[in-house]
Design a protein around this ligand. Structure first.
Ligand code: SF4
Length: 428
């Protein structure tokens, strides 16, 4: 038997430990088949999408999977009997740079369990980044996790070396945190988020005013919220996200369907992660951030959770059927983007085409718009394209339409890809 490389063995354990962190928008398998992944180090490489839509292979890894905390939902929690390992900063910097030099990765996502204290662990993460940036002159992308209660100076030094930093809020309410992670303090989680927002603002201001080019997390900060580990409603999660986007200038909130990895009586008994709910949250998040919807148009105290069977824009349209049908040849841009099936790109195409001639049904088909879905909500040249402008009737039709049902309920590989694209562009 050939002797296995101890560094690769550790990489295997610590990359496994990082796989549940969704806050770097990565896929879950390097875009490779299982057999391809088995063959070499590619199995530890994920693909992450940058803000401008570029797909970047990254090494997603923990510095250590030892942890002093015992969060109920976490694979790496103290009480779990799992294989434990750690990298020294020198080892992790070296292995990262080797992969980078060979062209296997373009970036690093570095997270960690907590050993001794947050600051002690973050010092080691900082050392890793310093070695990479200063000794190896690593020019790749770095996303570094900031642990709860990290010292402000450490946050600043790490942010100076990273492209993006993130603090995982994980649980959307104080009650949930007390229930599933009682050793953690909500205030100590939120404080670094606030400090990062202040530092991003400060660096941006100084760069603008004095023309300097000092870097501090230029891609902003992100966070992750776990969906379905507690009974927190979608309304609560969306209100939290709204606060983070508006008050703390968060670049992105990632919703991560709870994956049952532990036996713990405090956790819900589910057989599979609530992926459909996660997807609907992304769609709702997009409508609020980019389409001008108010949270309360989508969820409210009476109906605090999103429907999983239908996307939130369609649900809104059905609840506001008096605003339809919309005449495709006359509607303003703001009206067009509220039609189910019409995204921003499509609305712009419709408006541009209208300048040349009146839109016909053939144009809709040529633009490859989802006429089956749209037709219930539009007129083309004054003619209603559905059968009956009645929300219950339309809802039943939509839930029964072949293809629409598949996209909504099916979660095979292609559907997930489509859903991710839709979630990221709002074209739904
Ligand atoms: S602090 Fe982080 S790594 Fe440690 S148990 Fe909690 S979630 Fe897991």
């Amino acid at each position: 038997m050939p002797k296995s490389d101890p560094i690769i063995e550790r990489l295997k354990i610590l990359a496994q430990g990082a796989r549940f962190d969704a806050s770097c928008a990565s896929d879950q398998g390097g875009g490779l088949t299982f057999n391809q992944r088995r063959k070499d180090v590619s199995r530890y490489i994920y693909h992450s999408w940058t803000e401008n839509g570029r797909c970047v292979p990254i090494l997603k890894v923990l510095l250590t999977n030892y942890c002093i905390y015992d969060c109920a939902y976490c694979h790496n929690r103290r009480s779990n009997d799992i294989e434990r390992s750690s990298f020294a900063p020198e080892e992790l910097a070296s292995v990262t740079f080797e992969l980078y030099k060979k062209g296997k990765i373009e970036g690093l996502f570095l997270s960690s369990g907590v050993i001794k204290s947050s600051d002690y662990t973050m010092e080691m993460m900082l050392r890793t980044l310093e070695l990479l940036r200063k000794t190896y002159e690593f020019k790749g992308y770095i996303h570094c996790k900031i642990l709860p209660a990290t010292d402000e100076l450490l946050i600043e030094r790490i942010g100076r070396l990273s492209d993006r930093i993130s603090v995982n809020i994980e649980l959307p309410s104080e009650e949930s945190l007390k229930y599933l992670a009682p050793e953690k303090d909500r205030d100590k989680i939120i404080r670094p988020v606030i400090r990062i927002a202040e530092l991003i603002r400060k660096y941006n201001d100084e760069n603008r005013r004095f023309g300097s080019t000092l870097r501090f997390s230029p891609s902003g900060q992100s966070t992750q919220i776990i969906v379905g580990a507690t009974n927190d409603t979608d309304l609560k999660m969306l209100l939290l996200s709204d606060y983070l986007y508006k008050k703390l200038n968060m670049s992105r909130v990632y919703y991560s369907a709870y994956v049952p990895v532990n036996q713990d009586k405090r956790l819900p008994r589910i057989s599979e992660p609530p992926l459909r709910r996660e997807h609907r949250l992304y769609q709702a998040d997009w409508l609020i951030r980019d389409y001008g919807f108010d949270i309360l148009e989508i969820v409210n105290e009476e109906r605090p959770d999103l429907y999983v069977e239908l996307d939130p824009k369609t649900v809104w349209a059905l609840e506001n059927i008096c605003r339809f049908p919309v005449e495709i040849n006359r509607a303003e841009y703001e009206e067009l983007i509220r039609i189910p099936g019409v995204g921003k790109r499509t609305a712009k195409k419709i408006i541009s085409l209208r300048k040349a001639h009146s839109i016909t049904e053939e144009d809709i088909k040529r633009l490859r718009l989802p006429l089956k879905k749209m037709r219930h909500f539009i007129t083309i040249g004054g003619r209603y394209k559905g059968e009956k402008l009645d929300s219950l009737y339309i809802k039943e039709r939509l839930l029964g339409v072949k293809g629409y049902r598949q996209l909504t309920f099916g979660f095979d590989k292609e559907d997930i890809k489509d859903n991710i694209i839709a979630s990221n562009t709002g074209e739904f």
